[in-house]
Ligand binder design. Structure first.
Ligand code: 5GP
Ligand code: MG
Length: 512
């Protein structure tokens, strides 16, 4: 196999940064934020062009990021890349894909930040140095990016953004000057702390890396004529491939550049993992399998546990579409098994042309957007007691609006059941949660939240039920947003997990 050319030992400095953006749309670097929850892919095929399989798999991961989409390929001689703003379908046209030559490549979809799009943060991020080209797609968030950036900057590396992906790319490029690919990746992993699932392309060698605590998902799939790495298995399904397995925490997977297989290097082995439970609760597609658990089944199990822990008799159980669906169906099944006479119905219709409302910049806009997005079906609600089920409450906008909407539509009672514990603290590992001040549940008892959203009753799920549904121990999950205890030492936050790294940097600015 070819493991790529790591720079041939010559002290080849990083000479230039190739900004893959070709539209001249430059945002000021100061506006750049940290890398967020995103989707990454990588493919290595025998002799078919990688561009279209990458494009289709990005489509499959669109829910993980709608801000920008990008692909970088390598044809054995040179790297090609195209990055565009917006949805995958808008970012590429046929000509763009035709221009992406080569049977190896990586791709990225980026999660949006409040206040608009930012071209500089679009990925894959490319670095070219004398004897090689590197492209990198990142899902996650480093907690010590600033320290490493400062150090690299003082030794002459020029940065174009405040993003942490660029930090990984420069660090890896520097290490590749002195070491082979495997050692270089290990050195970089030694230095960067935080969450990362990466797809990387060094010349025409595609690799995947998952951080030692496995915070973000990444899996390997087999195609008829090659291999694929993806944030979620749904992307592999889209390519008619088979899920081989998850990339293990701390593992480096190197795809053979002829598409014939892959090699695995377990570079780090920690006692515990810190898998993000919110992937299964909200973020991932229900048809994806992550760490051996089908997301849909996990959500149904969470719904069942919700009935067992806090079931309430009502005429009708209805989900908040789409995120509450699997929870509500598990909840209704468990209720029926217990002999409760409850109807499972869709009582809220969703306008599928309205995008994600969560990241709208002002509260007023968010409230308006919920109303645009969801409309009650009066006949399922009128004169009846209703249990409304959603996956999570963050600021409380959705539940407040919906309780009011259902009452206006004639509901006699509205009970709210949430398929996750109360979100009481920010996420530093890459999910766009609100700041602590904005979180409706931060430091407040459930009764107050119930009163705020004006529900007749409100219950959340216990943390133990989450661990059960994910077939995991609490110690192997990142539960920072629901416990305030983080798997990394973050300035100003508690870290009493037994897996921790040295105190590092500032927490990233919260995105809301
Ligand atoms: P809230 O309206 O309480 O601020 O947010 C809760 C709603 O937002 C839920 O319906 C949930 O499905 C969704 N949600 C939860 N976390 C996230 C997130 O990180 N990003 C986005 N876009 N939506 C989220
Ligand atoms: Mg939702």
């Amino acid at each position: 196999m070819s493991q790529g050319d790591p720079g041939n030992g010559a002290a080849a400095p990083v000479t230039s940064l190739t900004d893959p953006l070709d539209d001249g749309d430059r945002a000021p670097a100061a506006a750049d934020g940290p890398t967020e929850k995103c989707g990454v892919v990588g493919v290595s095929l025998t002799d078919r062009a990688a561009a279209r399989p990458l494009y289709y798999s990005l489509y499959a991961l669109q829910h993980r990021g709608q801000d920008s989409a990008g692909i970088a390929t390598h044809d054995g001689f040179q790297q090609h890349s195209h990055v565009g703003m917006g949805l995958v379908g808008d970012a590429f046209d046929g000509t763009d894909l035709d221009g992406l030559a080569g049977s190896a490549g990586i791709g990225h979809v980026r999660y949006p930040t409040a206040g608009g799009v930012n071209a500089r943060c679009a990925q894959p991020f490319s670095v070219s140095f004398k004897s090689g080209a590197l492209a990198l797609a990142h899902n996650g968030n480093l907690v010590n990016a600033d320290d490493i950036r400062d150090e690299l900057a003082s030794s002459g590396h020029a940065f174009t953004s405040r993003g942490d992906t660029e930090v990984i790319a420069h660090d890896l490029a520097r290490n590749l000057i002195e070491a082979d690919l495997i050692r270089a990746v290990k050195r970089t992993m030694d230095r960067v702390h935080g969450s990362y699932s990466l797809t990387v392309m060094h010349d025409d060698t595609v690799l995947g890396v998952r951080d030692p605590l496995g915070n973000r998902p990444l899996c390997i799939g087999k195609l008829e004529d090659g291999y694929v790495l993806a944030s979620e298995s749904a992307a592999i399904d889209t390519l008619d491939g088979d899920l081989v397995r998850d990339v293990r925490p701390g593992e480096l997977v190197v795809l053979e550049s002829d598409g014939s297989g892959f090699e695995s290097y377990q570079l780090f082995e920690e006692e515990h993992t810190a898998r993000c439970f919110f992937e299964h609760v909200y973020f991932a597609r229900p048809d994806s399998v992550i760490d051996d658990t089908l997301v849909y089944e996990a959500r149904r199990d969470l719904g069942r546990a919700l009935w067992e822990e806090s079931g309430v008799d009502s005429d009708v159980v209805m989900p908040v579409p789409d995120s509450g669906r699997a929870f509500a169906s598990g909840y209704a099944d468990a209720a029926a098994e217990d002999g409760a006479e409850v109807e499972f119905a869709e009582g809220l219709m969703k306008n599928r042309y309205v995008g994600r409302t969560f990241i709208m910049p002002t509260q007023d806009e968010r409230e308006r957007a919920v109303r645009l997005k969801l409309n009650p079906i009066r006949s399922t609600v009128e004169g009846r007691t209703v249990t409304l089920i959603d996956d999570s409450i963050v600021r409380g906008t959705t539940s407040t609006q919906l309780v009011e909407l259902l009452r206006d539509a004639g509901a006699a009672e509205v009970h709210v059941r949430i398929g996750a514990p109360a979100i009481v603290a920010p996420c530093y590992m890459g999910i766009d949660m609100a700041t602590r001040e904005e979180l409706i549940a931060a430091g407040r008892p459930v009764e107050e939240i119930r009163d705020d959203i004006a529900a007749d009753s409100l219950s959340y799920l216990s943390v133990d039920a989450v661990a059960d549904a994910l077939a995991s121990s609490r110690a192997d999950l990142c539960l920072g947003c629901v416990t305030g205890e983080y798997p990394y030492d973050i300035d100003g936050e508690t870290a009493d997990r037994d897996v921790s790294r040295p105190a590092v940097g500032e927490p990233p600015p919260a995105d809301d």
